[in-house]
Design a binder for this molecule. Structure first.
Ligand SMILES: CC(=O)SCCNC(=O)CCNC(=O)[C@H](O)C(C)(C)COP(=O)(O)OP(=O)(O)OC[C@H]1O[C@@H](n2cnc3c(N)ncnc32)[C@H](O)[C@@H]1OP(=O)(O)O
Length: 437
């Protein structure tokens, strides 16, 4: 182990193009996609047959067969199969959370190089048998005789056959993430127009990024898909403005306002996978791999979005990054304005705008975050400059490594600078990081 932390180099990343759910990757499993992302990374950085100190990845939605998903993906990949691997799950923060774990192991000298990433598919979502049927089937598998088995099977009722499917709802509130985001947007005064403008910008920036070749060494085509198929370069505020609201209708009715969140300014359900290679500087040099940027620090926060306390209303479900970032800034002696790029995961346009509005609000920053004053505004021309999840799509656990790899490349192209990454996650969590070059 080293006595002082080592710098953690981001060598580069790879992902498969993201695809809208129930579309091009309908027959691909999490393991297929994660293996493809790792193999693409290996081919780009000559990792074939090499042993990684650690491979950490995960999926938010897992089948029973995915119980050892990352390890199985490594065994199926071109890496040396003696690379240890394990699964991590921190909802939409998974991809960045895995990178932080790999980075920490590199920083303390426990490993020299590792891969972080994630995968998700809502096309191949795990449908489970319901409790009644499961209990019967468990008894059937351990029944001693055919007669016992048949007797137990006779207990199956039509309602036992209704499957349980993953819910896009917070278990403790019953509200979907979109409905939670709509409440926060109303509370912070986020307008429909601002959301549609952000969504259009995401599509335009991502399309320009593909056209300029920026994505060439970040994305490897998979199953004949060359680019993220949710991307719509022809998106305009006018077209987006015509879409009907899908989230927050009940909340708007209750407050006499208009619902503002549509399919166009929300992320679509998406399939995809991504991976990023992290290493010590010495390992990168030995392997003749240039360093794109460094993962400098990270902070994860969680909020109470259920009860509220000290007479305050509950925090917004997706607002934990507003808490994590000031801690990160304070620890690193920085202000919110000290960044060349801001990569804020676009779960919903409203949630990015609510996050920015919160940091601009004196009341939010002093009363909720306990700061002396507002963090202030950011230069919006530095936000998600190559597009983000609204355009690319959001295969939950794959988003973090997508963002980290693109951010490192942005800084490499700039030559030097600093970027802030902020990812909100279900359960009221937020994973944030600073990347520098
Ligand atoms: C921490 C986190 O990250 S939280 C986020 C987690 N993710 C989620 O919660 C996923 C949220 N998303 C969803 O549930 C779904 O994608 C929904 C409900 C928003 C939309 O689902 P669908 O209705 O299937 O969307 P669909 O793709 O059909 O789009 C609806 C319409 O909007 C249109 N549309 C969508 N995007 C655009 C665009 N950029 N420009 C123009 N029109 C658009 C579509 O063409 C479609 O029009 P049509 O009805 O005339 O065909």
């Amino acid at each position: 182990m080293t006595t002082s932390p080592r710098k953690v180099a981001i060598v580069g990343g790879n992902r498969i193009p993201f695809a809208r759910s129930n579309g091009k990757y309908a027959d691909a499993s999490n393991q297929d996609m994660l293996t493809a992302a790792i193999d693409g990374l290996a081919s780009r950085y000559n990792l074939q047959g090499k042993r990684m100190g650690m491979v950490a990845a995960g999926a938010v939605l897992k089948h029973a067969r995915d119980f050892n998903l990352t390890r199985e993906s490594v065994v199926g990949s071109v890496l040396d199969s003696s690379s240890p691997a394990y699964d991590v799950q921190q909802a939409c923060g998974t991809g960045l959370a895995t990178a932080i774990q790999v980075a920490d192991a590199i920083a303390v000298g426990r490993i020299d190089a590792g891969i972080a990433g994630g995968t998700d598919t809502t096309s191949d979502a795990p449908l489970a048998v319901n409790d009644d049927l499961r209990k019967i089937l468990i008894k059937v598998t351990s029944a001693k005789s055919t007669v016992d088995r048949l007797r137990l099977l006779g207990d199956i009722r039509p309602q036992s056959l209704v499957p349980e499917q993953p819910q896009n709802a917070e278990p403790r509130t019953g509200l979907s993430m979109g409905e939670h985001a709509a409440i926060t947007a109303r509370e912070l005064g986020v307008t429909r127009e601002a959301q549609d403008a952000l969504a259009a910008a995401s599509h335009h920036n991502l399309a320009a990024s593909y056209e300029s070749g920026f994505q060439d060494d970040l994305v490897t085509p998979f199953l004949g898909v060359p680019r993220d198929d949710n991307m719509r370069p022809d998106s305009s505020e006018e077209k987006l403005g015509k879409l009907k609201p899908v989230f927050g209708k009940r909340d708007a009715e209750a407050h006499g306002t208009e619902a503002t969140m549509t399919a166009g300014n929300s992320t679509p359900l998406t399939d995809g996978a991504s991976a990023v290679l992290l290493a010590s500087e010495a390992w990168a040099e030995e392997n003749k791999l240039p360093v794109r940027a460094y993962l400098v620090d990270s902070e994860t926060a969680a909020v109470d979005f259920i009860h509220g306390h000290d007479g305050r209303t509950p925090d917004g479900l997706l607002m934990a990054p507003t808490y994590a970032v000031p801690r990160l800034l304070e620890r690193n002696g920085l202000t919110l304005q000290d960044f060349d790029y801001y990569e804020i995961h676009e779960a919903f346009a409203s949630q990015v705008l609510a996050t920015l509005a919160a940091w601009e609000s004196e009341e939010y920053c002093t009363e909720r975050l306990g700061l002396d004053s507002a963090l202030g505004s950011i230069d919006r021309s530095k936000l998600n400059v190559h597009g983000s999840s609204l355009a690319a799509g959001h295969p939950f656990a794959a988003t973090g490594a997508r963002i980290l790899a693109a951010t490192a490349k942005l800084l490499e192209e700039k030559g030097s600078g600093r970027a802030l990454i902020s990812i909100c996650a279900a359960g009221g969590q937020g994973v944030t990081a600073i990347v520098e070059r």
